[in-house]
Design a protein around this ligand. Structure first.
Ligand SMILES: [Zn+2]
Ligand SMILES: [Zn+2]
Length: 148
């Protein structure tokens, strides 16, 4: 699998694709897109309580890069909160430390450390509706039921 030095490494993918505000009619044209490196920095700093140096190590980027991503993410979250905007989590210059698949039937998530493996059926329910979470989150999926 080709690797670029500019890619940030992610440990996990979000459990949801985004958020819709209560009281507001959903309008995807006004949606804010939080990319995956912004999500990861928020997760590591505001959820895991790491400091920016640790985040830079984990994501294999410089400390000023972490600061820049963090500021951008906070601005987007603040805008979504105050203006009642839908936001989606998608895209970004990232690579995953593992490969993630999810069953469309039962939502079971499959984590594979070997990037070559590709599950044919869900180990939990036997369904063959297996989707690549990299497609949903990184490349921008419009095909699977959950993203449509
Ligand atoms: Zn399943
Ligand atoms: Zn999808």
């Amino acid at each position: 699998m080709p690797r670029s030095k500019n890619l940030r490494t992610l440990q996990e993918l979000p459990i949801v694709k985004g958020f819709r505000p209560l009281w507001m009619r959903t309008n995807y044209r006004q949606a804010i897109t939080l990319n995956l490196e912004e999500y990861e920095v928020i997760r590591l700093i505001d959820y895991e309580n790491l400091i920016q140096e640790q985040v830079a190590d984990l994501m294999k980027v410089s400390r000023p890069t972490v600061t820049r991503i963090y500021e951008s993410a906070r601005r987007k979250l603040g805008t979504a909160l105050v203006e009642g905007r839908t936001f989606v989590i998608e895209g970004g210059d990232v690579q995953m430390s593992n490969t993630y698949y999810q069953c469309e039937e039962c939502q079971h998530r499959i984590v594979l450390e070997n990037h070559e493996d590709n599950p044919r059926v869900c180990p939990a329910c036997g369904s063959d509706r297996i989707i690549s979470l990299a497609d949903c989150f990184i490349r921008g999926c419009r095909r699977c039921r959950r993203c449509n």
